[in-house]
Write a protein that binds this ligand. Structure first.
Ligand code: IFM
Length: 397
């Protein structure tokens, strides 16, 4: 059994577009419905209005942290026009978290961009870094008392999405890729483009320095980790893939205060590359393998590459069976405890996610500790919420 360190953050993570609803000025909102088989986010979970109720659920369960995001498309709906009312909204969210005893972990960018930013060329545009910096500068004005800031969520996945947006100009090429469905395995993702990754690193560094100058927060970014495991003889291939998928982003965290680890499953690598994961009854609702050991693989690798304190900013499972969610998370925490015992400096565990939410084109894959009635927005906590809260109160696993 592991006793987690004093001050360990126990909580859940969310992203604005996936829960707020009506994020109408964002590029993702504009793209919804264009891709075949993709559902719309619509009102989502209406957390834009119900954030207090959501945070109360976490706090009442015994958790002490909440990761949520500020939505750029709301704060800057047209270039250069900063909405004071929207900044005040996010400040109220920070105040509410603090009032309820939840440490806020604030994400500045979680996949979505203002529609105008995408029209300007998005992350490939000449002014991208300066645009992001300008937005982030406005947000720093409301971060007083916030201890943790994530500049960008999963820049490696964002690099893929940016590459996909480039393909969208060519509809025939875009058909090659479909968003995940519940019916079959996730199709192989195109690898993140290294040049786009470097541009995102530049943006991260610009905003990191700004957050440092203007706030007292610890700052980092959160990297999606695929927990690659090599088949015999495939070590070199694994290292090659690791660089493209993860290490470029982990190395860019050099000089940060912490690094976020986001992990769900593990991926075999053979000499030809990433092995396609076949359909299997144990697969999750997004077609990935059931691998609760992935989190510790990801944490150990991240700690080794960066030497930084680690915050688990996402870990969870898409399942309709909450018993399975508890089993998966319990195993993941057991492995995480072992990594801590072995010396990894881990500062917290933020489960993905609080609410069953909009999974980027689909409502079917449910990752939440809490179900949401999409007609009435009623929140129905699942047993996993109380279970995780109990672990948080006890601080052991
Ligand atoms: O829902 C996403 C989240 O936005 C980023 N990380 C992975 C999650 C599950 O797919």
């Amino acid at each position: 059994m592991t006793t987690f360190p004093d001050g360990f953050l126990w909580g859940a993570s969310t992203a604005p577009h996936q829960i707020e609803g009506n994020n109408v000025n964002s590029d993702f909102w504009a793209a919804e419905g264009r891709m075949p088989g993709m559902e719309r986010s619509g009102d989502a979970c209406d957390s834009y209005h119900r954030y207090r109720e959501d945070m109360e659920l976490l706090a009442d369960a015994g958790l002490n942290a909440y990761r949520f995001g500020v939505e750029w498309a709301r704060v800057e709906p047209v270039p250069g026009l900063i909405s004071r009312a929207e900044l005040a909204h996010y400040r109220r969210m920070i105040d509410t978290a603090v009032e309820l005893g939840l440490t806020p972990v604030v994400t500045l960018h979680h996949f979505t961009n203002p529609r105008w930013f995408a029209e300007e060329g998005g992350w490939l545009g000449d002014t991208a870094v300066e645009r992001f910096r300008h937005y982030a500068e406005a947000v720093t004005g409301i971060l007083d008392g916030v201890g943790w800031v994530v500049t960008m969520n999963e820049p490696n996945m964002l690099a893929i999405m940016t590459g996909m947006a480039r393909l969208a100009a060519d509809p025939e090429a875009a058909k090659e890729w479909q968003s995940p469905t519940v019916d079959g395995p996730r199709p192989p993702l195109p690898a993140p483009d290294v040049e786009i990754g470097k541009r995102l690193a530049e943006a991260h560094h610009a905003v990191r320095d700004l957050v440092r100058e203007r706030t007292g927060a610890k700052v980092g970014w959160s990297v999606a980790n695929r927990a690659f495991v090599a088949r015999p003889g495939a070590e070199a291939k694994k290292r090659e893939l690791e660089y493209i998928w993860e290490d470029l982003y982990l190395e860019a965290a050099n000089g940060d205060d912490f690094v976020g680890v986001q992990s769900y499953s593990s991926q075999w690598v053979n000499e030809d590359g990433v092995e396609p994961h076949p359909p299997h009854p144990d697969n999750t609702l997004v077609g990935t393998a059931y691998r609760p050991d992935a989190l510790a693989i990801a944490v150990r690798h991240t700690a080794e590459v960066t030497g930084l304190p680690v915050l688990v900013t996402e870990n969870g499972i898409a399942t309709h069976d909450d018993t399975r969610r508890i089993a998966y998370t319990g195993e993941a925490l057991r492995h995480l405890g072992e990594a801590i015992t072995d010396g990894a400096d881990v500062r917290g565990y933020l489960h993905w996610t609080l609410l069953d939410n909009y999974e980027w084109g689909h409502w079917e894959p449910t990752f939440g500790l809490v179900a949401v009635d999409r007609e009435t927005f009623e929140r129905r906590p699942k047993p996993s919420l109380a279970w995780l809260g109990e672990i948080a109160r006890g601080g052991t696993r």
